[in-house]
Design a binder for this molecule. Structure first.
Ligand SMILES: [Zn+2]
Length: 446
């Protein structure tokens, strides 16, 4: 009977044997970036790779999600290992899709390669003969919350209900049998060195804003118009003016973009559209900032005599990493040549290596799943990396595969469960948030 360490060693060796294949998968994904809920090529690649490994994947989950699983010899918890499929639009990125502008600036290509590397290691080393429970290898769509207008259309057409991949998968029940979930995320932040773990990450709500003015000839009759673009400018300036009221400890981030600013130069703009998130460390902080952001946006309309329509949509709950799972992850960081560290890093407002506690919700209550929002700063820094995609070219075990895999062996090892359920606490303001989200969903269904 091999010991737990024997199993871990065999898994790592199996990963090393497949390192070229794992890196090649990550590189293929990097060169074929696709936006959320449109990751058809990527999900096909995941399905094919899972089949080669010997899994029986199920695809088309929440449009593009793919799930494969392997079962240990004894009953035990179900552990999901996630990899996010989607890219995001980053202007000027050196490896962007010329048609869609999509680029893997958030490094999800390495996540998916890592998740598949885990499957190769665990299956290749026949680890499941010595494990209890199940591991679900899950490629999930649409982590990035972009393309909002398109997603709203899909929701109105009944193809989606939630506009992010994991909440939608939760709604559809694909996490109902999952007890806990873990994933990694790349970060450009140096304090994490090769692998780190944030205690928590921001959540967000998502807003679409439409200013409605009156079109008129910009040269001949500007006085007849109501300039929706100027109304939007004042709304944005008002948001900037309230930034100093955000408390540092709430980690509020509001970063609007104008998605439509007018139709023709000689026409006073009558229809201007904005999208934004309101991110924060706690639900209370997000809802509080949200009220002020709405007030600021309305101020723009008031000043010009325009009208404004604000839709607030469900985003993601703040994420709190689980200490117990964090401990197992941290213990194995020596695999990436880093000393184990028990203390978690502080709160993060951006993307980070993390696991997702909300996915463990047994009753599907966690419709709004914690996530790792990515700030624009991240993207600029990733773009500035001398060798784009360099991370996906590192040997497979340096992509945290080994650390993740070893953690799984610990948690699922049949010689003593490392996981104790019953550790999930829901925020006290859950009803308030649920209500807020219900309003958003109703609006989507209008
Ligand atoms: Zn990301």
């Amino acid at each position: 009977m091999p010991t737990r360490d024997d199993v871990k060693r065999a898994v790592c060796e199996a990963i090393d044997r497949q390192s070229e294949k794992i890196v090649a998968v990550g590189d293929t994904i990097r060169k074929n970036p696709e936006l959320g809920f449109k990751e058809f090529k990527t999900s096909r690649l995941v399905e094919d790779t899972m089949r080669e490994i010997g899994l029986q994947p199920k695809g088309g989950l929440a449009i593009t999600g793919v799930r494969g699983e392997a079962r240990g010899k004894k009953d035990g918890p179900t552990f999901a290992l996630l990899g996010e499929l989607d890219a995001l639009v980053v202007a000027g990125h050196p490896v962007a899709d010329p048609q869609t502008g999509a680029a893997h600036a958030c490094g999800h290509n390495a996540q998916v390669a890592s998740m598949l590397g885990a499957a190769m290691g665990l299956v290749g080393a026949k680890a499941f003969e010595h494990l209890a429970g199940r591991v679900v290898f899950f490629a999930v769509p649409a982590e990035e919350y972009g393309d909002v207008a398109w997603r709203v259309e899909q929701a109105r057409a009944g193809k989606l209900e939630f506009l992010g991949g994991k909440p939608e998968l939760l709604r559809l029940g694909h996490f109902d049998d999952v007890d806990m979930a873990m994933m990694i995320h790349l970060t450009p932040q140096r304090e994490y060195k090769k692998a780190g773990l944030a205690a928590s990450n921001n959540g967000c709500i998502v807003k679409t804003v439409r200013y409605m003015g009156r079109a008129s000839h910009a040269g001949g009759a500007p006085h007849m118009g109501i300039n929706a673009l100027y109304a939007a400018h004042i709304g944005l300036a008002a948001i900037n003016a309230i930034r100093e009221t955000f408390k540092d400890e709430d980690s509020i981030r509001v970063h609007p973009i104008i998605t439509h600013g007018g139709s023709q130069v000689n026409v006073i703009p009558a229809d201007v559209r904005i999208e934004t998130y309101v991110r924060g460390k706690s639900v209370e902080a997000i809802l509080d900032a949200n009220v002020r952001v709405d007030r600021a946006l309305k101020a723009g309309a008031l000043a010009l005599g325009a009208q404004v329509e604000i839709e607030t949509l469900p985003g993601y709950l703040p994420l709190f990493n689980h200490d117990g799972m964090g401990k197992y992850f941290s213990l194995h960081r020596r695999l990436v040549r880093q000393r184990p560290r028990r203390r978690l890093h502080d709160h993060g407002s951006q993307a980070r290596l993390h696991r997702e506690r909300q996915a463990a919700c047994p009753h599907g209550r966690g419709h709004a799943l914690g996530r790792c929002p990515v700030g624009q700063g991240d993207h600029r820094r990733l773009q500035a990396t001398p060798e784009p995609g360099g991370l996906s070219r590192l040997p497979a075990r340096h992509q945290q595969d080994g650390a993740l895999r070893r953690g799984e062996v610990d948690i699922a090892c049949s010689d003593g469960p490392g996981y104790s359920p019953g550790c999930m606490a829901w925020p006290a303001c859950w009803p308030q948030l649920t209500e807020q989200f219900a309003v958003g969903r109703e609006r989507l269904n209008d």
